[in-house]
Structures are given as C-alpha cells and as structure tokens.
Design a protein around this ligand. Structure first.
Ligand SMILES: Cc1cc2nc3c(=O)[nH]c(=O)nc-3n(C[C@H](O)[C@H](O)[C@H](O)COP(=O)(O)O)c2cc1C
Length: 373
C-alpha cells in the first residue's frame, strides 16, 4: 500500500517533519511572566507523544505589551529561554519538530481570557491588570475594546527589532520552526487591513504601505533566524471585514516568498473583534480554499487549518494539492493522539508501529486478544 501523503515526511530547509500533521498554535492563558511551566510541558508534550510531526506552542509575545492576556507565553526576555528549552527538548525527544509562533497583539491586547465572565480578568486572585495597548491608529478593535495609542514610526522600528530579538531567543531555545503571527486582527494584521490601518505615513495608505511594517518584520526575522530552519507566516487570508482580501494575501505571499518565507499558514478573520467572525462562513475545511489559492497563485507552500477533523479529510486536502501541511486546533484538544488515530483511519499503521513502543506493543497485542487480527 502506498503511504498516505499525510504520513510522508516533509523536508523544510535543514529539518524534516516526520509527517504532515501539525498542532496549530493555541493560547492557554496558563503562563506567569511569559514562562513555560509544567502545564505547557504536559499540554504540548502529549501532542508529541501523539506523533504530530510539528508541535506548535501558543503565540509568544515579543514584548509584555504584545500579549493578548497576562497569561500568554513570551519570548521577550533572555530569562525565558531556559523554560522553553525544557519543552523543545521533550518535543524533539519524541521525534517531532518543535515550533513556536511570535506575535504582538496590538490593539487586541490586555483582554480577559476567552471564557472569563463579564467583569472578570484572569484567574480569581491572580491579580491580573490591564495595560496600555498600541495600534496603527487610536481606533479600537470594536465597541467595548480598549482604545489603543497610535504607534510612532520610531516605535514601529523598535518593534521590528523586538520581533528579531524574539526570533533569536526562539533559536536559542531550540525551536526548529518559527511562525510570525500575521493573522486574526493582531498587530501585523492591523497594519495590513485598510479597516484598521488609516495611517497616512509610509506605514499606511495603499497596500504596499500597509504591508511595509509586516514585511520589515519578516525581513528582520529571516536575517537572524538560521538559514537552515524554516520560517512560516500565518495570515488571515481575508480579514472578515472587507479591508483585506484573497488577492491582497496572494500579493503579500509573493513578497513573503521573495524574503525567504517557507510556508504561508492560511487562516482568516479577526480584524474587528467578534463581529468579523461572521464575515467568514464556517464549515468543514472552510479555509482550505485560501491555502489552495495562495499555493497555486503565489507558488509557495501552504498550511491548511480550520475544521479539519479526521485523517481522510486531511489526506484529501493534500491529495488535491491544496496544501502541504495540515494544522489541527480544537480536534487536537479533543483528541491529543489525533495523528495516530488518523494513521489508523488511513490504514497505514496496522501494527501500531508509529506509537511510542510503551503503548504500541500493548495495543498491537490487544488486537489479537480482541480477535481483530
Ligand atoms: C484555545 C485556542 C487558542 C488559540 N490560540 C491561537 C494562537 O495562539 N495563535 C493562533 O494563530 N491561533 C490561535 N488559535 C486558532 C487555531 O490555531 C486554529 O487556527 C483555529 O482553532 C481553527 O482550527 P480548528 O478548527 O482546527 O480548531 C487558537 C484556537 C483555540 C481553539
């Protein structure tokens, strides 16, 4: 039997993902001072045991102000590197590539956790406090969101340097793959979209002006991120409000490719708070057409994400040539061993060889006991 594409290795510069199953970045609000702790080790470690080929941490802020919540991970300080090292060592020890995502929340920072009730800010007693948020302009994301302070040109240049410094720390921490978060209405997406970026200096105006800061970030990061390690950029292929569309994303992806980006991770929405979620109709694989358009029109590898639930669905996306990698978010929370289950469903691991032997040996024997073999 021919091996499914989902379980074929993918070489990305000097590293090889053992398969195409990727854990999508998912923020957990469990950090203090941006440090990786036991929660992150167990939460992400189980995906490595579950044999995802690439395990992404949640978004890591490039400065404290760039967190979404006070509980987000960070890569803004050298003293955070050691905590990340423990995590990357475990993930890599189980055979996966360790990946992280660097971000700045911009005007969507300093928020409660998604599940906090009205009036709550973080875990009870944890003493979370709000902070000043920044953005391309002083326009808030939506009613009820903090009013940001518009960044000066000098501050924008400082932020470019902060992204690069965070990338260097990600390398020192042992990550194999780095992703820049340019989606979901966070700072870089706020500069891209004409809804949130109404600046009239060189960082605003036409599409080239609006792309300037994100591209400066990518250029600076690519310069310090090792040549032999792949760089991904996550985009909202459409911002959900009509200020950034698929054509814009294709043009942006062409620039990213020229700057040495290896994979465009195609998400969508988020520019104006919850209101824009409705701008993108959701259903199984609803963002796959974005990954396909970028791959075909910009000639760059893509990662598909969004309501991909099982192995056969993932395999069909790869077989169609719509994407090169499959990112799994919520289904990985539901099913941390998703990749191993996908291999079973695709019939390519009948003897449980992909499993860690401490589990696989027993599961294979159990098949005989149950009379299935
Ligand atoms: C709990 C949770 C946290 C998330 N945090 C991030 C994040 O840190 N960075 C990011 O780019 N996307 C984040 N996302 C979006 C996911 O990476 C993914 O794109 C989205 O959930 C759609 O994929 P799914 O349908 O497989 O869940 C988060 C999603 C969830 C459910």
């Amino acid at each position: 039997m021919q091996k499914p594409l989902l379980f074929s290795p993918l070489k990305l510069r000097g590293v090889t993902a053992p398969n195409r199953c990727v854990v999508s970045p998912m923020v957990q609000f469990r950090a203090t001072d941006g440090l990786v702790n036991d929660f992150h080790l167990v939460h992400l470690g189980k995906f490595a045991l579950g044999k995802f080929g690439i395990v992404f941490t949640e978004n890591c802020a490039v400065e404290p102000r760039g967190r979404v919540t006070q509980g987000d991970l960070g890569l803004w300080d050298d003293n955070q590197i050691a905590s990340h090292k423990r995590l990357t060592a475990f993930i890599k020890g189980e055979g996966a590539l360790a990946a992280t995502q660097i971000t700045h929340s911009g005007r969507k920072g300093s928020t409660p956790r998604t599940f906090d009730k009205p009036g709550e800010l973080g875990p009870p007693g944890a003493g979370w406090k709000k902070w000043e948020v920044v953005g391309p302009t002083d326009l808030p994301a939506a009613d009820g969101w903090l009013k940001p302070r518009a960044l000066s040109a000098a501050e924008i240049e400082e932020l470019v340097a902060k992204f690069a410094a965070a990338a260097k720390r990600a390398d020192a921490a042992g990550y194999d793959v780095l992703e820049i978060h340019g989606a979901h209405g966070y700072l870089l997406a706020q500069f891209l979209s004409s809804i949130s970026n109404t600046r009239n200096d060189k960082y605003g105006g036409d599409r080239a002006g609006r792309m300037r800061f994100p591209l400066d970030v990518v250029r600076a990061v690519r310069q310090v991120w090792p040549e032999n390690k792949p760089l991904f950029v996550r985009v909202s292929a459409v911002d959900g409000g009509g200020g950034w569309d698929v054509d814009d994303t294709v043009a942006f992806a062409q620039e990213l490719k020229a700057l040495g980006v290896d994979v465009v991770d195609c998400s969508s929405g988020g520019i104006a708070g919850a209101a824009t979620a409705a701008g993108v109709k959701r259903g199984l694989g609803f963002q796959v057409p974005f990954a396909s358009a970028v791959k075909k029109q910009a000639g760059i590898s893509t990662m598909a994400v969004g309501l991909i639930l099982d192995g056969p669905q993932a395999e069909a996306i790869l077989q169609e040539g719509d994407a090169d990698l499959i990112a799994i978010g919520r289904q990985a929370l539901y099913e941390p061993f998703w990749a191993l289950h996908a291999a079973q469903a695709l019939g390519c691991d009948p003897d449980f060889d992909m499993w860690t032997p401490e589990y696989g040996w027993w599961l294979e024997k159990r098949e005989h006991t149950l009379g299935r073999k």
